[in-house]
Design a protein. Structure first.
Length: 103
């Protein structure tokens, strides 16, 4: 897992042909907006979150975010334990995001 600031996160993402954006926020948080192209899997689902991770392609490079960067950091650690090789945590999360937002 690597903690990246927004500039690092977006520049790696833009150059990555094997990228997958993962939003680990709640549905209510996602309804306020999300980073375009993101797939939402709520980390608060507990075992359901872990089960959903098992459905994902572990060879992808995961760009993970939450509201503030804390839950996404936890998600990256869980993903590494589950065998995902590359997971990048967006420091500051969606609260600090000043890029494009989808509704």
């Amino acid at each position: 897992m690597a903690d990246l600031n927004q500039e690092e996160w977006t520049s790696r993402l833009a150059a990555d042909d094997n990228a997958f954006i993962l939003d680990v926020r709640t549905a209510d948080e996602v309804s306020e907006g999300y980073i375009p192209g993101a797939t939402n899997i709520d980390i608060f689902m507990g075992q359901g979150f872990l089960d959903a991770l098992e459905e994902l392609d572990k060879s992808k490079n995961y760009y993970v975010y939450c509201r503030s960067g804390n839950r996404s950091g936890q998600a990256c650690a869980l993903m590494n334990q589950a065998g995902f090789e590359t997971a990048y945590n967006l420091m500051g999360g969606f609260m600090s995001w000043d890029g494009e937002v989808a509704q």
